[in-house]
Design a binder for this molecule. Structure first.
Ligand code: GLN
Length: 453
């Protein structure tokens, strides 16, 4: 814990942490020392972790990297973090992220962009770590924590993991409780770990996952000992490769890496089969209707009355308006406006309802291939490696949204997906492959993921 705290101080220029909690960390670490000394060590005893700012931790600022939650200190603990502490983990602080988890580069944070510790060869230009769990990814990659929590609504664990050569898993919807995690799009949000290795992420997920009566979408299934799945044989497994993920303009090195991933799995005894997921091309547009719709509803509670920032006005309506105008950043406002529009009378059927129907078709696509005996699906995790800080912020938001092209399908279908570092691009920046599994078959992802790692 001491050495992580020192590393955090030395690497403040990466802007990974919004809040550091050294006193809490040392107190928890001392308690862990005592446990270890008395032979009562729990599974994560003394392991120092960083927590994404979207998680509520009792008495510590939780601001979702937004100005509107200025000074908000929750009086309760999220279920996921409570589970981690109950297993002996140590809290180092709160990690930077895109505001309310909306973004793919960590540049929408009120607290400024996070910098990726990786650089393109021969350049010192700062690169983004991806988003929205960009602080988590940078902190793990730069050794500013042993592991971190993230959340993934459309790719926010897997894409930053891919950009920083870390391992990120989005579990099946319902595997981790969402209680105490600030909501973005409730039917898509899931918590998961970012860690250095497949094994570390298996160990962390086991502690994070649980059924919880305070989240009725959490599922009452036993949590397996995921670590046991790591190193398991992949002989005879059927790995599906969907042709729809071979998109126009895909860089040749991403294509080559995908081929390499197939070869590794084949060598290890798996069978590679071509599959069809015909509604893939509609996933991104449908996601950018469903996610903003739910966000506009979830974010209605930030009105200057109950939490954080309040900007006075002549009457209460003016106070609401002033607080929301000053408190939300540009991307959040864009999502709230899109969401309100697609849910409004006259547009609901044309946009929101239609997007929900498309979502059902995407889910069916996956069910069909899994029913036909496919054990896991292999795709690239992102269409490119990390890009430069500020290089896309002035571009159209659509260009930013395209980062999620390979990851959003998984959230729309509620499935588990893992991003595993697999190689480097021509400039020496990390690239990752994604494995997608059947509902609640995270073990398959740890088994197959370790072959790629
Ligand atoms: N980049 C996507 C978005 O901006 C996904 C974010 C996430 O998974 N939280 O909505």
């Amino acid at each position: 814990t001491h050495s992580y705290l020192a590393a955090m101080e030395a690497a403040r220029d990466l802007n990974a942490y919004i809040v550091e909690t050294p006193e809490k960390a040392l107190e928890m670490a001392a308690a862990s020392d005592a446990r270890i000394a008395s032979g009562e060590a729990r599974p994560l005893e003394g392991v120092p972790l960083g927590i994404k700012d979207l998680f509520c931790t009792e008495g510590v600022h939780a601001q979702a990297a937004s100005h509107i939650l200025d000074g908000f200190k929750p009086v309760y603990e999220s279920t996921v973090t409570a589970n981690l502490w109950a297993d002996g983990a140590v809290m180092l602080g709160k990690l930077n992220m895109d505001e309310f988890a909306m973004g793919s580069s960590n540049e929408t944070s009120y607290y400024g962009p996070v910098v990726n510790p990786w650089r393109a060869e021969g350049s010192n230009a700062p690169m983004v770590p991806g988003g929205s769990s960009g602080g988590s990814a940078t902190a793990v990659a730069a050794r500013l924590c042993a592991g971190a929590t993230g959340t993934d609504t459309g790719g926010s664990i897997r894409q930053p993991a891919a950009f920083t050569a870390t391992v990120g898993i989005k579990p099946t919807y319902g595997r981790c409780s969402r209680w105490g995690i600030i909501a973005f799009a409730s039917s898509l949000d899931q918590a998961g770990p970012l860690a250095r290795t497949v094994r570390d992420s298996a160990i962390m997920l086991r502690s994070m996952a649980s059924v919880d009566e305070r989240d009725t979408t959490s599922v009452d299934l036993p949590v397996p000992d995921y670590e046991k799945a790591v190193g398991g044989s992949v002989k005879g497994l059927r790995i599906g490769v969907p042709k729809e993920y071979r998109i126009d303009g895909m860089p040749p090195e991403v294509e080559a890496l995908w081929e390499q991933g197939k070869a590794w799995l084949k060598e290890a005894g798996a069978e590679i089969i071509d599959i069809c997921l015909p509604h893939t091309q509609y996933a991104l547009p449908a996601y950018y209707i469903v996610a903003p719709a739910e966000a506009s509803s979830n974010l209605a509670r930030y009105d200057g009355v109950r939490y954080g920032l309040r900007v006075p006005g002549d009457d209460i309506a003016a106070m609401y308006e002033n607080s929301r105008a000053a408190g939300f950043g540009k991307e959040v406002k864009r999502r709230v406006m899109i969401g309100t529009y697609v849910l409004s009378a006259g547009y609901y059927d044309a946009y929101y309802l239609r997007a929900q129907k498309v979502r059902a078709l995407i889910k069916r696509d996956f069910e069909t291939v899994f029913e036909a005996g496919v054990d896991a699906i292999l795709t690239p995790a992102t269409p490119s490696a990390a890009f430069g800080v500020a290089s896309k912020t002035t571009a159209s938001p659509i260009e930013m949204y395209l980062n999620d092209i390979f990851t959003v399908t998984v959230n729309m279908a509620g499935l588990p997906g893992i991003a595993v570092p697999a190689g480097l691009d021509a400039k020496g920046l990390p690239l990752a492959l994604q494995l997608i599994g059947r509902p609640f078959d995270e073990e398959m992802l740890f088994r197959t993921g370790q072959v790629i790692e």
